[in-house]
Design a binder for this molecule. Sequence first.
Ligand code: ATP
Ligand code: MG
Length: 682
Amino acid sequence: PSPPPADLLGSLNKEQHQALLCHNRPLIMAAGPGTGKTRTITAKIAWLIKEQKISPDAILALTFTNRAAREMKERIQTLLPESPAQVCACTFHAFGLMILKEYTDFSSAIVDDTLRLSLLEETLTHQAFSRQALSLDQADTLISRAKQQGLQPGDPLDFIQDIAMEKMVNQVWQEYQKRLESLDLVDFEDLINKVLALLTHDPSLVTTLQKRFQHLFVDEYQDVNKGQYLLTKCLAGNGDTLCVIGDPDQSIYGFRGSDNRYFRQFIEDYPRALNISLKQNYRSTETILEASHQMLTQRGKQRDEKESRVKLFSNIHGKDTVMILKSASERAEAVAVGKTIEKLTGGLSLFSMDTNRIDASQEEDFSFSDFAVLYRTRKQGAVFAEVLEKAGIPCHMAHRENTLLQPGIKEPLALMKIGCQKGTLTDFELLLDYFKTGTGKKSREHLKRWFQEQNCPLNTALGRLTSLPPKGMRRDIHEKICHCTAKILTAAEAAKEQSSHRALDHFSNLWDLSHLIKAEKKRTDTLERLLMEAQAIPDPAAFLDHVCLVGDVDTLAPQAEKVALMTMHASKGLEFKVVFITGCETGLIPFSRPDKNGAPTPLSALALAEERRLFYVAMTRAQSILCVSHADKRRIYGKTIKTSKSPFVYDIEEKLKAQSQNRFKPQPKKEKNRQLELFQDA
Ligand code: ATP
Ligand code: MG
């Protein structure tokens, strides 16, 4: 192969360079956080296109989040500004959908959570198993698990020990799957499973895909589940052009059926593979690295793994780069985070911290986008959003679902979905709500049962509604619903003929949202973003698929000058100058569900180890300052309970930590203003 150009090469170290040049040989890069794995594969992809003259269409890069896929595309684009063609970089799910659409007559919609659970519930009721024997939650988890293993309904479910349970789950699964099919719906796991089934039955398609995607890359390979593993294996053929990267210490999706065993067995799967390990971290200060290493290894207690783990170095130094922040309550914690951000951005701070520690490490300039606030459960995000925004600190939360479910967004989307034959009962019902049809609980039940009996996609059923009134429904209500349905269908019809951008724009203006004034800004933000996405995907059906598929982190526009709020899970692969890990308390970190009295239930050794790795992922996102924050009391399930510091924090040596007590001491001299008052009431 010809030598890579200086601009690609100059930015890689010796091992990274070696990985870039690895040719016609399976490649695995197993290395710790911040060592440049992702950077190396992006450079490699750019090099393949630029120097090896590989067509971008022949390159497939699979990732776990949409954000990772987008970032990869952007980085390649930066490296190859003159190349207009795009590499196919997407999530496993998006890839599954693409294959189904291109190679079959697939047109199903992706089921939403509400409907999925309600279908499962109906199935359980129909099968008449007692909920004691099989709860909705269990059925949901076990069926997902089966699908994640690449199994098909009826296959033996080896991961379930209890034979009676296995039989029940399989029975429920088969019926649930039939229900989905008759409604022309698929769930997330189906997107991969259907492709696997397709490839198993059609070896010629395997050949076609192998020819089409000559180079295959998988980022975060430690997190593949069996289905994704099988798919990768199938696409990779002999593996000579397969490159996977990852870090077993960062595997955090065991609860979703991921298994880092596949990562570890890569060399057995592909004995010719080149295994490259990287030691230099380019992200974090030495103190942050040392603290995260101590936490992960429990200061050397985990001897068995110690030998195989490479200790990283970064040669980046800074004073007091790991801070412990202690607050009285969760609200006070949010205030403390706000204060710290103010202080670090050099903004006019309204508070004197009782420690000047932060100033000591502050040699850099920080802007809002340099900060991330991480937490273990999504619920924790709300108080940060509220407190920071009130204090005039712009921030954005990464949970997409919430924003898509807000009034003024969900209705236009529902209408579009119905127009594209992708609507579900959930969409129809929320439109009935909007049009104030006045249907009460009883009529809704009649309606739901009627839909179940129709057992067909929503639009087909709606076509029968006038002539076939639901049993038991009052006549006036039936008429009202029919009237409303006609309105919905006429409006929705328009979606088919228009570009997604026009349709969304049009629909979003249809709603009388005068009651929304308070939430209007948030709505406008979401709408703007959606419209931008619609511009990029003109076909309405494809746009809706995209909206369904994009996960957690996607609402974060990386350029935006805002503080990022997200779960620890969502932070994987990302980096920020300043990271707050909040709620570092027993019960939350490691996370365990509280029992009836609010006390944490014990975790299995496996679950505990995964929680530790998750904390490791969170810690290693930080470049300059890592702030580990905990509160003395917190509201959990409506009860305020006294909490204690997470045991993980004790695994970090005292001498690495700078302590900061959070007491409120507004500076007396400054004029009292709005921000001050807001912070004071916390
Ligand atoms: P993670 O395991 O957290 O996903 P990673 O191994 O994928 O981490 P990257 O995100 O690729 O790491 O890189 C971490 C940071 O280090 C990035 O900012 C990247 O640009 C920088 N970096 C990586 N390699 C080099 C290098 N050789 N020279 C300078 N900077 C580098
Ligand atoms: Mg990475």
